[in-house]
Ligand binder design. Sequence first.
Ligand SMILES: [Zn+2]
Ligand SMILES: [Zn+2]
Length: 604
Amino acid sequence: MNKEELQKMRHSCAHLLAAAVQKMYPDAKFGVGPAVDNGFYYDISLPQTISESDLKSIEKTMKKLTNHKLEMVREEMSLDDAVKFFQDKDQDFKVELLKDLKERGTTKVGEDLSDEVDLENPDQVSIYHTGEFADLCRGPHVDHIGETGVFKLIKVAGAYWRGDDSKAQMQRIYGVCFTTKEELSEYQAMIEEAKKRDHRKIIKDLDLVTFSELVGPGLPLWTPRGTIVRNALNDFVWSLRKQYGYEEVTIPHITKKDLYETSGHWEKFKDDLFKIVTREGHEFAMKPMNCPHHTQIFAAQQRSYRDLPQRYAETTMVYRDEQTGELSGLSRVRSITQDDAHVFCRESQVRTEAFKIWNIVEAFYGQFGFDLRIRLSAHDPENMKAYLGSVEQWDNNVEILKTWMDERGTKDYEYGVGEAAFYGPKVDFIAKDAIGREWQVATIQVDRHMPERFGLKCINEDGAEEPVVMVHAAIMGAIERFAAVLIEHTAGSLPMWAMPEQVRLVPVSDDFVKYASEIERQLKEVDVRVMIDASAEGVGKKIRKAAMEKVPWTVVIGEKEEQGGSFVVNVFGDEKDLGIAQDVFVDEVLKCSKIPQVDLPEVE
Ligand SMILES: [Zn+2]
Ligand SMILES: [Zn+2]
């Protein structure tokens, strides 16, 4: 089944859900019911609260309805007739949508209405009947309700009407829907596995990150152990960047309003900005991104073409006033650490710089065993008002990215219509994790827009001013989000070089603590993160404790070892122990505990 047919089936399943709810709760008022990844939802307003067991009964009713194989019948109506139709049924939300549509006219219809109406023909709407249930919808749907696949209702959550917290509170019922039973059970197994890997639990268990009521939601506090992880990941990125000539810069976390007015962020980000008024009454803001500040380092001097590219990189926090309800663990936070970089270069250097970033991205994600998929995120020719520049410029820039794909041998890349940034197309990297979930991770964005707004130029060979291009080049993107993805990908067992504790020494009794301390000293001397478990517990218990804490290497120290026998290393996640002679032990530890050395190729 292709993507469109799957969408059609899942969306039709939302109608089926609503039909079942209406049968069981005749007072229900319906909002919207779109298809989403893996399934669908419907926002419904009800006087009573839907419980988990209610979901089971609703699901039963849905299944009964599918047996009738009711057709989904389309009926065309004028806008005014449709208003009357839904008024008679007391469906206030549908009436509101229709009235809104009438007032705003075609061109101003927002995204929230685009599913319900045909923009080409806004005076005419379509109603779909499924037995006694009727819904405002433009379709398409499956032919009859028996074709809604294998579905399951999974949860109910609160949602505001049209996502606006000043509007009615509704109940959002979520379901999943697949073509076969096997796909559904695979999905359920994946969800079970994902629960076990939930980073919000693991960061607590491993003492990496904490949150404080006093500090506020969405503001993670990284513990000493968590900070080791962050720094290790960041050092690895830097080890790659340095090979391509990136230089570190440092900027303040606030700025005058003027910077963002020039960049356009004041307008674009106005709801997300943390604003500050100084004692002298000047308006400042916490930075939501670093690009505008970095332009000013470039702009501080007259640049000759010989000085280019300038490659600025910095790991620094940005701040966005996300809505409290949207915050989640490390995946969505208000203080976001970006491993951000910007390359200022000539048009003729863009390809080389982009390929260097591409190499860094592949080396970085490859190290963790992520499969990377690439998307060329292009404009939507039908919706050019969403972008800066002419359709010819866009077609041209997209063509360039296509030649890059060929050159890199990226044959089966996805072509994402309408996925571009408003100022230009981009190359997006999508990582598949150990349980098959996909995450958009890094991105290469070529930006001619911001340099223009800031008037960034270089002096070329002819002594004339030439506009420069800016390439945005974050590798992890946000460290918080990347850490969440990596922790779930590895179930908390990060590569040894990124773990806060790398080696645990377990003396079998007090008599061997002294010898263990000698080994500890040798390892600490070469910066290995090692600890001794000198507690009075038995060896078995100590080993289990180390495994709970996912310590990569655990070494038992007893009489045999004290007399110079090989160490037996219990490697986390491996069935078989590792025997290592004492004279090479430190070297063997270092092979796994240091930031990996990856040599990047030259780019022509
Ligand atoms: Zn529909
Ligand atoms: Zn940027």
